[in-house]
Design a protein around this ligand. Structure first.
Ligand SMILES: *Cc1c(COP(=O)(O)O)cnc(C)c1O
Length: 398
């Protein structure tokens, strides 16, 4: 028993706590939706929820729950195997086909999470003779995926296409066999949309593949919610996505791409080869979620109407929002403590929001990131704006 190891961990945890960086989890005792019930730190409390990735409001959708239950009753609870041994159910084949059709690619491959999809997508495709050119604000899972691969690494400033070209020139000068440009489709801290037209143009100019992580775009942007590229009438070469946000919010991730890419991932991608296959309930639910999403222009309209309504109300109240149209709406506060104080006061006033501060966002750019959902009513939003206005006045923000 290594007492000194435990002692070191406890002292590091104390440092995290003292730096105000400790993440506390609140416990929810209701389904995920526009309103939730929470029982942390006191009696049960009903709250308007402005921080879920439940963009289309499908997390408690009855048809999805029924489809998941039916799949579980028919195929059981778990697969108890990775895909290539005895873990491939006919539902997995259907879901991969459905994702490929939805996103407009030859084929798709499922992972336990988008974190695993990003973690497993680079290493099978590239070696030290290749190059990855990566946006500096990419999601942690892309950063980890790039680290796990031996390709030469180049970084460009967030969404800065001039810098991307500089990095592509540097990469090309080394004569790599292949180049992949990697970016988020929508940057989750700001809600900014990647410049796909310019990314596409530069990828083609330098004969690179364009890889886009569409976790915050799927279901929201493009016809039928098919993604960031389709929003611009374009296509990417490799798309990674999640089943854990718009598409029902349960779990699971995927890569969609041309056939040779998917075929190689099935042979060599470590999180695919060495991790259990998705359970039937989730796969059956996801099939229904994609159907609802593709048919869900009314949900996307509600989502975008909610975003416009909330933006207008918060701007009129005097808050400083980052501009944009995406349902991620950051309220800029600057100071980390202020972001936490506002989030805490909002909790007391019946609205669940979260403060984000360094190291998640740059120093001095602390914020509360709100996220809209089709599950929120106009009354919910008006109540939230009223509460923000009260708390903002109390704390001297507006
Ligand atoms: C949420 C998210 C992920 C991780 O998705 P999971 O399926 O929950 O692992 C990856 N990339 C981006 C950009 C995300 O926002």
């Amino acid at each position: 028993m290594s007492e000194k190891t435990y002692k070191r961990l406890v002292s590091e945890l104390t440092e995290i706590e003292e730096a105000g960086l400790h993440k506390n989890e609140r416990t929810i005792v209701s389904p995920q939706s526009g309103q939730i019930t929470v029982n942390s730190y006191g009696p049960e409390k009903k709250l308007i929820n402005l921080c879920a990735n439940n963009y289309l409001g499908l997390a408690d959708n009855r048809a999805i729950i029924d489809a998941a239950s039916a799949a579980m009753r028919q195929y059981g609870y778990g697969m108890a195997s990775v895909r290539f041994i005895c873990g491939t159910n006919e539902l997995h084949m259907k879901l991969e086909r459905s994702i490929a059709d939805f996103t407009g690619h030859d084929d798709a491959i499922l992972y336990a999470a988008a974190f695993d999809a990003n973690g497993g997508v680079f290493e099978p495709l590239l070696t030290a003779d290749d190059a990855i050119v990566s946006d500096s604000l990419n999601h942690a899972s892309i950063i980890d995926g790039v680290r796990l691969c031996k390709a030469k690494r180049y970084r460009f400033a967030n969404n800065d296409m001039a810098d991307l070209e500089v990095q592509l020139q540097k990469a090309s000068a080394e004569n790599p066999r292949s180049i992949i440009i990697a970016t988020d489709g929508v940057f989750s801290m700001d809600g900014y949309i990647a410049n796909i037209p310019e990314l596409r143009r530069l990828a083609d100019k330098y004969d690179a593949l364009l890889m886009v992580d569409d976790c915050h775009s799927t279901g929201i942007l493009g016809p039928e919610g098919s993604g960031t590229a389709q929003h611009y009438g374009l296509q990417v070469d490799i798309l990674t996505g999640t089943l854990g946000k718009s598409l029902g919010g349960a779990a699971g991730g995927f890569v969609a791409a041309a056939q040779p890419v998917i075929d190689m991932l099935r042979q060599r991608s470590r999180p695919y080869l060495f991790s259990n296959s998705l359970p039937p309930a989730i796969v059956g639910g996801a099939l229904k979620a994609i159907e609802i999403c593709r048919d869900g222009d009314d949900l996307r309209q509600k989502l975008m109407d909610n975003a416009a309504h909330f933006r207008a109300g918060m701007t009129a109240a005097g808050f400083d929002l980052l501009p944009g149209e995406h349902p991620i709406i950051p309220i800029m506060l600057g100071d980390a403590q202020l972001a936490q104080d506002l989030a805490n006061r909002m909790y007391e006033l019946g609205v669940y929001v979260t403060g984000f501060f360094y190291p998640v966002v740059p120093k001095g750019q602390a914020r509360i990131r709100t996220q809209m959902s089709a599950a929120l009513t106009t009354a919910d939003l008006d109540q939230a704006i009223t509460a923000f206005t009260q708390a903002g006045e109390e704390l001297g923000i507006i």
